[in-house]
Design a protein around this ligand. Structure first.
Ligand code: AMP
Length: 577
């Protein structure tokens, strides 16, 4: 590997980039810098963002600028305002020790007058979005007659955004003998046309994808019915308590709707799309960059200018039509050596697309089930407990308040305080998921195993709605197979706690709860005997089930779900309330 000196870079630029922490050239720089410094005319570089391409063209451009000529000599075209500002900023950094060099970003959405004034004062390098540059050209406030180098950055994106005609028009006003450098992540037909029309025997360079990202990204998908899509999104967001994600939607309208719903449901979310003003977009992007937003709901186009390194999840709220777009989306996570996850919430008909994308990215997707309410609550709870363990206590600040707090809480045991803190934080979540219906996969999509589970659930429901035998009362208990309950230990448990011998009739064991029948005259006595009992810290719920039987045990199922699944197989008598 060569050093920057060996590539022929001037000392004042090396000083600046060293200050920026660049120690060695990146591959694209090693290839492109010597070519540009050696006056190679045209170069096509297949390279993505993150490969170091800005310095690859920026450094030689600065070095080749003639400061005494007060006219634009280099024109850099790029698709978005954000990229435009970023490139101009980077170039200013590299040229920190180059006296009097003038670099001007020119983009829509900000005052054209101040850009015109700056142009009049004289600039050497223009970084522009095509639309605004055309505007300036039409007003005859900028001349491109001294331009010797043109860079098209993210050329494929510019074409995607409909800038083909503008690019043609701009290139028509640049002298024919200029050199041209084209950077693109992909090479669609239209780019090939541009290169044929405007380039002369270009040197082609392919810089491997920024694979650091691709390799670190896990691809997951969930299949849901259209009506469950938003609920599934919420569950996914809840399942990852520290999520910092971009949610991609297909249209501006959908983007706004989803963001609105999320905000209404109490999430740190906001929207980013083309119907917002530039000021609004800047505001949202800054909020997101500063992590004052957890969920950014965006269209592909609007999110293009956003470069954030530590996004944990990319969520595809439906798959994009173009599989290339999927690569762009998922490449936003798993950057800078971190791992990331690209999640797709799809409906059955999109299944075929998963296969296409798998082929393109050469990676398998993992199919997952939407997290259950229990799993979500557990994940959130442990995350919270983890935070409690790790929180930094500011002893000095709170010392003054502690004695009074201790006095107020001294009547409570440690366990009670823990329970109360957790309840304060989680009652709403638990309550929500207690009431929420689990999201089921569309039936033609479920695996054999899923079908078996569904059958078991259905037969559980049938059992729940069963009526008691004549002369017997049906009783609900919130212990089920998950707790290791079987007819033998359940009978033993009942007899251990109910004074006198009670005959136990039919027993129906379900996953998380059960029913047993006792003679009508013993029913109240049995229910009473279990009042205030605990099993492994879980309060027992034992109720007469007759009323709820007709509704499929719904009420009792609900009251069970708000309690965490105890894994204790041993029954023990807890403290009375
Ligand atoms: P780019 O592909 O131009 O967006 O660059 C990606 C990131 O790499 C930017 O944050 C650059 O500042 C950084 N970078 C570019 N060249 C080097 C280098 N030679 N050494 C270290 N970092 C670099």
């Amino acid at each position: 590997m060569k050093t920057f000196e060996e590539l022929g870079i001037a000392p004042q630029i090396i000083k600046a980039i060293n200050e920026m922490g660049f120690e060695q050239p990146m591959p694209v720089q090693e290839e492109v810098i010597p070519l540009l410094l050696a006056e190679t005319r045209d170069i096509i570089a297949l390279a993505q963002t993150g490969t170091g391409k800005t310095a690859a063209f920026g450094i030689p451009i600065i070095q080749k600028t003639s400061i005494s000529l007060h006219a634009p000599q280099t024109l850099i075209l790029c698709p978005t305002r954000e990229l435009c500002l970023q490139i101009a900023d980077d170039l200013s950094e590299y040229s920190k020790f180059v006296d009097d060099i003038k670099i001007l970003p020119v983009y829509g959405g900000s005052s054209i007058e101040s850009q015109i004034r700056a142009l009049k004062r004289g600039v050497h390098i223009i970084v522009a979005t095509p639309g605004r540059l055309i505007d300036l050209l039409n007003r005859k406030t900028v001349s491109l007659e001294n331009v010797h180098t043109v860079v098209l950055d993210e050329a494929d994106e510019m074409l995607n955004m409909g800038f083909t005609e503008s690019i043609d028009e701009i290139l028509g006003q640049v002298p024919n003998d200029r050199s041209m450098l084209l950077f693109s992540a992909t090479m669609p037909q239209e780019i090939a046309r541009i290169t044929r029309k405007y380039m002369n025997s270009p040197v082609e360079i392919t810089i491997g994808r920024k694979n650091e990202g691709a390799l670190n990204v896990k691809h997951i998908y969930y299949v849901v019915q259209a009506k469950d899509k938003y609920l599934a999104l919420k569950r996914i967001a809840d399942y990852y308590p520290n999520i910092y994600a971009i949610i991609f939607c297909r249209t501006r309208k959908e983007t706004q709707e989803i963001a609105d719903k999320l905000i209404q449901d109490g999430y740190d979310a906001d929207s980013l799309h083309g119907d917002l003003s530039q000021v609004q977009r800047d505001f949202v992007m800054n909020k997101y960059r500063n992590r004052n937003l957890q969920l950014l709901v965006a269209t592909d186009v609007a999110a293009r200018g956003l470069d954030v390194d530590d996004i944990t999840h990319v969520i595809n709220y439906g798959l994009p039509d173009d599989t290339e777009v999927y690569t762009h989306r998922s490449g936003r996570t798993g950057r800078a050596g971190k791992t990331g996850t690209s999640i797709s919430i799809i409906h059955v008909k999109e299944k075929g697309k998963i296969g296409q994308i798998e082929k393109m990215i050469n990676k398998k997707f993992e199919k997952r089930q939407i997290p259950s309410g229990d799993a979500i609550c557990e994940k959130q709870l442990f995350n919270f407990v983890d935070k409690v363990e790790k929180v930094k206590v500011n002893e000095e600040e709170i010392a003054r308040l502690l004695p009074a707090i201790f006095r107020k809480l001294e009547w409570l045991e440690k366990e009670d305080i823990v329970k109360r803190v957790v309840s304060l934080e989680f009652n709403r979540l638990i309550e929500y998921y207690q009431k929420a219906k689990e999201i089921e996969e569309p039936s033609d999509f479920s695996s054999k195993r899923d079908r078996k589970e569904k059958y078991e659930k259905r037969s559980d429901r049938d059992k729940s709605s069963r009526r008691a035998e004549r002369g017997y009362t049906r009783i609900f208990i919130n212990l089920g197979k998950t707790d290791g309950t079987n007819p033998g230990n359940l009978m033993g448990f009942i007899n251990d706690h109910v004074p006198g011998k009670v005959h136990i009739g039919r027993i129906d064991l379900m996953q998380n709860f059960s029913f047993f029948e006792v003679p009508e005259e013993n029913a109240r006595q049995v229910v009473k005997a279990f009042k205030g009992l605990y099993v492994d810290d879980r309060r027992l719920v034992v109720e007469i089930a007759q009323d709820t039987a007709a509704s499929g045990g719904g009420k009792n199922e609900g009251s069970w779900q708000k309690r965490s699944k105890g894994n204790g197989k041993s029954y023990r008598k807890g403290q009375k309330k």
